[in-house]
Design a protein around this ligand. Structure first.
Ligand SMILES: [Zn+2]
Ligand SMILES: [Zn+2]
Length: 267
């Protein structure tokens, strides 16, 4: 299969995950929310393993061990999301938005949606940078990113609903972040020689998503209690042991994927 067709397939699937997550917002059942938390935990574990065991070793090969520039780019990617999601946007966290009070303030929801669009743009950049390096790396990064795409669509839709807008606006927001994902994929495919820079930068973004967006949601689980104004810190608002264990299952799933890839394509 040619690389551009692969990019198209991965792009469509990743974007579809966002759209599906946006559609789930009308299904308010507890079980579907619990399942989203499981996906977030699995995704976090898989992403961490992929960054440390696949992406960084590949970057080291591309840069022949001279790691200062690529590691600076990785740090910059990490800090970009800190800036977008938590410095410019006054209120954002991954997972269902339940703090309606914060969201009705003018511009708060909009800035969170813009922040998440920047994040998803670099989800796309990561997938594309991987695939333009090798099919193996592209597939692994795609799987790592895909696991959090449905919860991501759900997140953005819930932000818009919490701001008092309707279901249609919520779904439009999931279209926006899906489009940003696809735009990220297209952008890198247009500037292929830039991949040695976009791979480490987007790895920093992926690391942020795993360690600073998803893991806090695994550990705190804002949506398990519908407290409107404050996060409780009485020890009851954690995501539970099973959810935390699924982070490790995500790492195991990564090793399983490596084994399957080894058997299938001998790499
Ligand atoms: Zn909130
Ligand atoms: Zn993402």
């Amino acid at each position: 299969m040619n690389t551009y067709l692969q990019l198209l397939v991965f792009g469509v699937l990743a974007s579809a995950g966002n759209l599906l997550g946006g559609l789930l917002i009308t299904r308010k059942s507890r079980t579907s929310k619990a399942r989203l938390r499981y996906l977030i935990a699995l995704g976090a574990g898989f992403m961490l393993a992929a960054v440390f065991l696949e992406v960084i070793p590949e970057i080291s090969e591309q840069w022949q061990g001279r790691m200062l520039i690529p590691m600076a780019l990785l740090l910059a990617g990490y800090l970009l999301l800190q800036l977008a999601e938590h410095t410019i946007a006054p209120h954002f966290h991954f997972g269902e938005e339940v703090h309606t009070h914060e969201m009705v303030r003018r511009g708060v929801a909009a800035s969170a949606v813009v922040a998440l669009s920047i994040h998803t743009f670099f989800d796309g950049v990561a997938i594309s940078s991987g695939l333009l390096t090798s099919f193996r790396l592209g597939l692994i990064i795609f799987l790592a990113v895909f696991l959090h795409k449905i919860p991501e669509g759900f997140t953005v839709a819930s932000i818009v609903l919490s701001s008092g807008r309707g279901v249609r606006a919520a779904r439009n927001a999931s279209f926006l972040i899906a489009g940003a994902t696809f735009a990220g994929i297209l952008t890198v495919s247009l500037v292929k020689p830039a991949v040695i820079y976009t791979l480490p930068f987007s790895a920093g973004v992926t690391l942020y998503v795993a360690a600073s967006d998803l893991i806090p949601e695994v550990n705190h689980g804002f949506d398990s209690h519908n407290h409107d104004h404050e996060h409780k810190h009485d020890g009851t608002d954690h995501g539970g042991k099973l959810t935390s264990l699924l982070v490790f299952a995500g790492v195991a799933l990564f090793f399983l994927t490596q084994q399957l890839l080894h058997m299938a394509i001998g790499e």
